[in-house]
Write a protein that binds this ligand. Structure first.
Ligand code: IDP
Ligand code: MG
Length: 156
């Protein structure tokens, strides 16, 4: 099972989209194993968006991520990183495919509702950045035997 990080950005909170977006991941079959509201800081954003530090929009991006709290979620599932990333859609909401979260809920390159980890390697780093060990919960969702085959669950 993979774990991946989702941040519901300040715009999701301000626009009342938190429940709807989390619901999409739940309905897809991802297990929510950690969730919390956080006010992000310059410090954590410098780490989280280090790959964008030389971009002209870096300061504005950080400001937008500090404009209201975010909801940090950790979801678990088979190939969860790629599945969640695909559900978010292209970075620019105007280019994101209809049916994706960004393609259904936004019109912006920056104000694009969600952050999702982009690789298995980065997901591990990001989950660790936003959650302490004791904030992640281990349980066996009762739906798993109806969501996955036994080999997908590693039970064969
Ligand atoms: P991602 O969120 O789809 O992984 P990244 O390239 O990692 O995209 O960029 C992180 C965030 O920076 C984006 O979600 C978006 O909010 C913002 N961003 C990316 N490119 C631009 C841009 O060209 N203009 C303004 N904001 C941008
Ligand atoms: Mg990214």
């Amino acid at each position: 099972m993979e774990k991946t990080l989702v941040l519901l950005k300040p715009g999701a909170l301000q626009r009342g989209l938190v429940g709807e977006v989390i619901s999409r991941f739940e309905k897809r079959g991802l297990s929510l194993i950690g969730i919390k509201m956080m006010q992000l800081t310059d410090e954590i954003l410098n780490e989280h968006y280090a790959h964008l530090a030389d971009k002209p929009f870096f300061g504005k991006l950080k400001d937008s991520m500090m404009a209201a709290p975010v909801i940090a979620c950790c979801f678990e599932g088979v190939e969860a990183v790629a599945v969640v990333r695909a559900m978010a859609g292209a970075t620019n909401g105007r280019q994101a495919a209809p049916g994706t979260i960004r393609g259904d809920y936004c019109m912006s390159n920056q104000q694009n509702v969600v952050h999702t980890s982009d690789s298995v390697e980065n997901a591990a780093v990001e989950v660790n950045r936003f959650f302490k060990k004791e904030e992640l919960f281990k349980y066996s969702p009762m739906s798993w035997p109806f969501q996955y085959s036994t080999d997908e669950l590693g039970n064969d």
